[in-house]
Design a protein around this ligand. Structure first.
Ligand SMILES: C[S@@+](CC[C@H](N)C(=O)[O-])C[C@H]1O[C@@H](n2cnc3c(N)ncnc32)[C@H](O)[C@@H]1O
Length: 282
């Protein structure tokens, strides 16, 4: 695997990198399913929680509600812009720190739960990092790793061929852009294996489905059109699809086109959100 620079994450993260708008759109879109996953963790009032790779901080508010006024929530993220956005949106008593998960600035045994969504797949050595965050846990504490899309996303109920080619093209783009091979992309899906490799116990996993049919809400449309269709696909996929398939995809993704996917009566989107949890001894 080629690392662009030793201080750059597996998927290109640096302190200067900014994809805050994309994170805000994803969290507005997937809020119901993420909040459901948080509720399933069974928080007790007064717990102390760390959001590792908190991004723009939406989960800090949801976690804060879960632990109540006697609890405490902290977030840490590498990116200056994400931290600024998290500080704006987080509840006033949440601590938001700019820092690197590979050099955590917290004292050991200070949290009951570490929550982290779509972040460990950005690290070169996720298992070592799970061990580090687990060392921050008090007796009986847990690490909960969330990941969207462990299964291939399903967008086009009427065209499984174009859907498959689009998923393949996205994977090929990531492999080329970040110098990864197929095995690197597969490894990031292995939340359960990573937690077990890091020595955590009683590992469980639960997947919820993020499912939308037309007509979609404004938040859903914003995420699907701006983040998925325009930023994740768009020009990026041109080299990986035939001209005809690229044009067909472009029409489906274009709100001005008569065949725009989100206005189709058969639009049915499916994505997964998985949370794997492991604990340390009580
Ligand atoms: C895909 S985003 C997820 C953010 C947030 N958890 C969410 O679900 O919206 C990954 C986040 O991890 C952060 N990140 C990547 N590598 C990091 C590292 N080594 N230390 C701290 N944060 C890191 C990025 O800056 C980014 O905000």
């Amino acid at each position: 695997m080629n690392h662009p620079a030793s201080s750059t994450g597996l998927l290109g993260d640096t302190a200067a990198r900014d994809y805050a708008a994309k994170l805000r759109r994803f969290n507005a879109f997937a809020a119901p399913e993420i909040r459901e996953s948080i509720a399933r963790l069974g928080f007790a009032p007064g717990m102390r929680v760390l959001d590792a790779g908190c991004g723009t901080g939406e989960a800090l508010g949801w976690l804060s509600e879960a632990v109540g006024p006697d609890g405490a929530v902290a977030g840490i993220d590498l990116a200056t812009a994400h931290v600024a956005s998290a500080r704006d949106s987080a509840p006033g008593d949440a601590l938001v720190i700019q820092g690197d998960l590979t050099a955590l600035p917290f004292v050991q045994r200070s949290f009951d739960l570490v929550w982290s969504v779509n972040t460990f797949n950005h690290l070169h050595d996720p298992v070592a990092c799970i061990r580090r965050v687990a060392s921050l846990l008090r007796a009986g504490g847990r690490v909960a790793l969330g990941q969207s899309s462990l299964l291939p996303d399903m967008y086009f109920a009427w065209d499984s061929r174009l859907e498959r080619l689009t998923n393949d093209a996205v994977r090929q783009y990531y492999r080329d852009r970040y110098g990864l091979d197929e095995r690197d992309l597969a490894a990031v899906r292995s939340l359960v294996g990573m937690l077990r490799d890091a020595g955590l116990r009683n590992v469980t996993a639960r997947t919820v489905t993020i499912e939308r049919v037309s007509p979609v809400s404004p938040d859903d449309e914003r995420y699907l059109v701006e983040t998925l269709f325009r930023d994740s696909w768009g020009e990026r996929l041109r080299p990986y699809l035939s001209p005809d398939d690229y044009e067909a995809l472009g029409r489906l993704c274009d709100p001005a086109d008569a065949g725009f996917a989100l206005r189709r009566p058969d639009f049915h989107f499916l994505q997964t959100f998985t949370v794997a949890v492991g604990g340390i001894s009580a």
